[in-house]
Design a protein around this ligand. Structure first.
Ligand code: URA
Length: 250
């Protein structure tokens, strides 16, 4: 990598980090967009690359503001359905908004749609989703009673990890979903959900098992069901996390 490329990489990573901070409302040091309420400010756009042909948030800022002012999840979902804010829109079949009880006490947040979710437009419907269904049942809930969402709403191609700028672009929508559902408790499934919601770099193995807060809502980070499928011996500690959540929800 030459010096110019290194500098670009550093610039990009600073921009995406600022974008993440901003999406959590820690953005007073960033430029405010003159005609948008501060909550609806888009993340700092990265310089266009060949890969990113999607419109920048500025180009569809009206729709962006509408989404963030939506009064219901239904309204929000309808407005977001054709989202083209990041490169993930290029290969997706369906945007996976999230689903469940709009007034759920318990909200689960995963990483992003996989192939099955992309095909059906619904979160956690593949193998990991079947395990999540069992966990939800074991916790005493029906799937329809909780709310399930993801950090990114479109499938990263080939199930790669979501990138920082993709997460930053989608985060205001997750934040808005949380504010509409107003759950009593959030369970973050896996590293990406936990680190994004908690704005932490700590590994999931250290985060899990402890309560944190997101905007006053208790958050329990735990292992992702897909990780449990590969590491069944981790089901027991995950269940300990669930028990703590059940206890607190009582
Ligand atoms: N994994 C996730 O993180 N989310 C889904 O919706 C499905 C699998």
């Amino acid at each position: 990598m030459n010096e110019q490329e290194t500098q670009q990489l550093i610039r990009d990573s600073i921009q995406t980090h600022l974008g993440l901070l901003q999406s959590f409302g820690v953005g007073s040091f960033l430029h405010r967009h003159a005609d948008l309420p501060s909550e609806s400010i888009a993340t700092t756009p990265s310089e266009p690359t060949q890969e990113t042909s999607a419109p920048t948030p500025q180009q569809d800022s009206n729709n962006h503001a509408d989404i963030l002012q939506a009064q219901s999840l239904e309204q929000m979902s309808a407005l977001l359905t054709d989202c083209q804010r990041c490169r993930l829109c290029e290969k997706r079949q369906n945007l996976v908004f999230g689903e469940g009880n709009p007034n759920a006490d318990l909200m689960f947040i995963g990483e992003g749609p996989g192939a099955d979710e992309d095909a059906q437009g619904r979160p956690f419907v593949g193998r990991a989703g079947q395990l999540l269904d069992k966990i939800i049942q074991a916790m005493g809930y029906a799937r329809e009673e909780v709310y399930i969402a993801n950090v990114v709403k479109c499938r990263p191609p080939g199930n790669r990890n979501p990138e920082l700028d993709e997460i930053a672009m989608c985060m205001p929508f997750l934040k808005k979903q949380i504010s509409l559902v107003q759950p009593k408790m959030i369970m973050c499934l896996g590293k990406f959900a936990a680190q994004t919601v908690l704005d932490s770099q700590m590994p999931i193995s250290r985060l899990r098992g402890n309560f944190y807060e997101f905007e006053g809502i208790p958050v329990m980070p735990t292992f992702h069901p897909a990780f449990l499928l590969r590491n069944p011996n981790m089901k027991r500690p995950m269940w300990e996390d669930c028990k703590q959540v059940m206890e607190k929800l009582k």
